[in-house]
Design a protein around this ligand. Structure first.
Ligand code: GUN
Length: 285
């Protein structure tokens, strides 16, 4: 039986509706409009598209959205200063430095400089630490979006085998924690994993975040598994594909996210949600 296609576009649309109402409420009750500022250094074409999509999404829910564009050859100190100014600006509730940045920028130091209360990416060690300690506050957007999509399926996650392919701070590590908190048994696979197919063959839930186009094939997937594809890869002919061979795997899985229109729009919706949360916290303490 062909899999249910989990539409991130559809779920994100409903979420934006709810967030719009929350933004209105914050404006009326506290005179505060949630504001997100994205810092974009350089001209990376994919980053420019992401930033444009984030900007549009903010405006659609009535939030203030600003983009600070810095030239490709900006110094590390210039980016640090920019972040510090945003930390000090009370109208800015969320700060996001678009990654990747040019080579001269030390991403780690930049992330560590963002005020954790404004770190809507959830990448600051304070926010990562809180998640690890079981006291989540601002949690990375993509894994949160994946959890939100899983929850629309109405399946009991407890005791399920979840295999995460990828071990990044942005997706793999926080995704494993979020699934563990929902009582999944978790396995994190990565580029040095010796028997990826063996691990995947036991998975009830697969989260693919490798950056390798179509690397998860139908033969690797247990019939009935739920497959969440975080990858967005542009092929030489311009088409966008995920880390999963969608056409083949959808014949084996019970549910699967498409690319595009799957996890991507949910990441942005969760960014808006984190910004609203940060704005609310700024008024209520
Ligand atoms: N580049 C690609 N995805 C992301 C993300 O979620 N946050 C940031 N800051 N940069 C990204």
């Amino acid at each position: 039986m062909a899999a249910k296609i989990i539409s991130g576009n559809k779920i994100a649309k409903q979420l934006r509706k709810d967030l719009k109402a929350e933004v209105e409420q914050l404006k009326e009750e506290h005179g505060v409009t949630p504001g997100l500022t994205v810092v974009l250094v350089g001209e990376d074409p994919a980053s420019k598209i992401y930033v444009r999509n984030k900007h549009r999404a903010c405006e659609r829910v009535g939030m203030v959205s600003n983009v600070v564009r810095l030239p490709e050859d900006s110094s590390h100190e210039k980016v640090m200063e920019t972040v510090q100014e945003l930390n000090d600006n009370p109208d800015v509730h969320g700060i996001l430095v678009q990654l990747p940045t040019p080579d001269q920028i030390d991403d780690e130091e930049i992330i560590n400089t963002i005020d954790p209360a404004k770190d809507v990416d959830g990448f600051h060690p304070v926010n990562m630490g809180k998640l690890l300690a079981g006291q989540p506050e601002l949690v990375p957007c993509t894994p949160t979006g994946v959890m939100y999509m899983l929850d629309t399926l109405d399946i009991d996650l407890s005791g399920k085998e979840a295999v995460i392919v990828g071990r990044s701070n942005i997706v793999g590590k926080p995704q494993a924690l979020l699934l563990m908190y929902r009582h999944c048994t978790i396995t994190i696979c990565h580029s040095r994993t010796q028997d990826l197919a063996g691990h995947l063959s036991r998975a009830d839930i697969i989260v693919a975040a490798t950056g390798v186009p179509k690397m998860i094939t139908a033969e690797m997937v247990k019939p009935g598994a739920v497959v969440m594809d975080v990858g967005i890869n542009r092929l030489d002919d311009g088409t966008l594909v995920g880390d999963v061979d969608f056409e083949a795997v959808k014949e084996v899985a019970s549910a699967i996210t498409p690319v595009p229109g799957g996890v991507g729009p949910m990441t942005i919706a969760m960014l808006l949600q984190n910004t609203v949360r940060a704005a609310r916290k700024s008024v209520s303490g």
